[in-house]
Design a protein. Structure first.
Length: 189
């Protein structure tokens, strides 16, 4: 399992995200992406966790359920823009939540697109192509790293033992991704 918590609405509320893997073959109603989740089911999935997590999940009565779907990382700029149409954020490059960068990449996309659209020396298709060329590789890298983190976080058996030992030895440095925060910034005019 994987769990993240963070304050929202000026700290008045706490958003809690718990990601658990269901057994293969479980049938989901895919006609609606948003489902009510049973608190008892969440508590059963997380029964093996430490006391602070137990206290937190028992304090929450209402949960929502979303099924996560994978997508390969972007392969080219054409997945961002073609002609007079551009896609940003999850529409272009959905990613698993294991790096917590979906919204960040959408904001970077928007800033870069805005700057590209200010270039009056190009047609709209050229502006959109410049946007796509500026963004697709970074978004693909973040998608790939997010998927990799998910594999690490949800590994089992001997792999989980190795992960746990590495986390104890290296702590936060193991998950540090300076290229993500110190890398190229969105192009802004």
């Amino acid at each position: 399992m994987h769990m993240v918590q963070y304050p929202v609405q000026s700290g008045d509320y706490l958003n809690v995200v718990a990601i658990v893997h269901e057994p293969a073959g479980k049938a989901w109603d895919m006609t609606d992406w948003d489902h009510a989740a049973q608190a008892d089911s969440i508590r059963t999935h997380l029964a093996h966790t430490c006391r602070p997590v137990q206290d937190l999940i028992h304090a929450i009565d209402h949960w929502r359920l979303w099924v996560l779907h994978g997508r390969l990382p972007m392969q080219s700029a054409a997945e961002h823009a073609r002609g007079r149409v551009a896609l940003l954020g999850d529409a272009a490059h959905p990613m698993f939540p294991y790096l917590a960068q979906g919204a960040g990449m959408a904001i970077e996309d928007a800033a870069t697109l805005g700057a590209c659209l200010l270039d009056q020396g190009q047609t709209v298709p050229q502006q959109l192509q410049a946007f796509a060329q500026a963004r697709w590789q970074r978004n693909a890298r973040v998608q790939a790293r997010s998927a990799r983190n998910g594999q690490i976080f949800h590994s089992r058996g001997i792999m989980s033992l190795g992960r746990n030992l590495a986390m104890r030895a290296l702590g936060e440095r193991l998950l540090d991704v300076p290229w993500l925060y110190d890398g190229p910034r969105p192009r802004v005019a």
